[in-house]
Design a protein around this ligand. Structure first.
Ligand SMILES: [Cu+2]
Length: 192
């Protein structure tokens, strides 16, 4: 009898641990699922995806890329548009040479100044001005380069051109912006 009792007790405790084990397992699994769900879902492949550089001038020829042209090359996580497949080959041979020609400049317009006041680049550079306004609508006019743009608060302007003429050029606000408007000027210096 004692032996049978022993066996029953053993069975009972075995059953108890089985049920207990199952319940704790389910609980832990649920917790782990919750933790997993709360983790950010971004994958490393998404982070490594190359981004469009958005250039409108071919870094190899310095010429405006015709609309509808779909030729590009990737370098250091950025996709550069090019004007033809010949340029793609040339670009791939020496990407650094062409990428280094692109000069990105932030220009802020406000009553009644531009900041920076002077933009200095080298002849042959592809200049990209990313302009913002702190207050009202301003103009950005560079006669010698045929640039005629306007910028408003919340409506940024992107100006892209090949600096193919050396010299010192006036950047003028040609949109009336208030009392000091006539003095609102900056300089573009293109070094030989
Ligand atoms: Cu002005």
């Amino acid at each position: 009898m004692r032996i049978i009792n022993h066996g029953k007790r053993w069975k009972a405790s075995f059953l108890f641990f089985l049920v207990f084990g199952f319940v704790t397992h389910v609980c832990i699994c649920e917790e782990l699922t919750k933790i997993n769900q709360s983790l950010p879902t971004t994958t490393s492949t998404q982070e490594l995806k190359a981004v469009e550089e958005g250039n409108t001038i071919c870094p190899v020829t310095g010429e405006k890329i015709e609309e509808g042209t779909n030729v590009s090359a990737e370098y250091k996580g950025k996709i550069y548009k090019l004007c033809c497949s010949g340029c793609t080959e040339e670009f791939k041979n020496n990407p650094q040479k062409y990428v280094s020609k692109i000069k990105d400049i932030k220009l802020e317009a406000f009553q009644f100044e531009f900041s920076p006041n002077t933009i200095t680049v080298k002849k042959g550079d592809i200049v990209r001005i990313f302009a913002t306004s702190r207050d009202v609508t301003h103009g950005i006019y560079i006669k010698e380069y045929g640039i005629n743009s306007r910028v408003s608060k919340g409506k940024d302007a992107k100006i892209e051109f090949l600096a193919d003429k050396a010299g010192s050029f006036d950047i003028i606000c040609h949109v009336y912006c208030g009392k000091g408007h006539n003095d609102m000027k900056a300089k573009l210096i293109v070094q030989e």
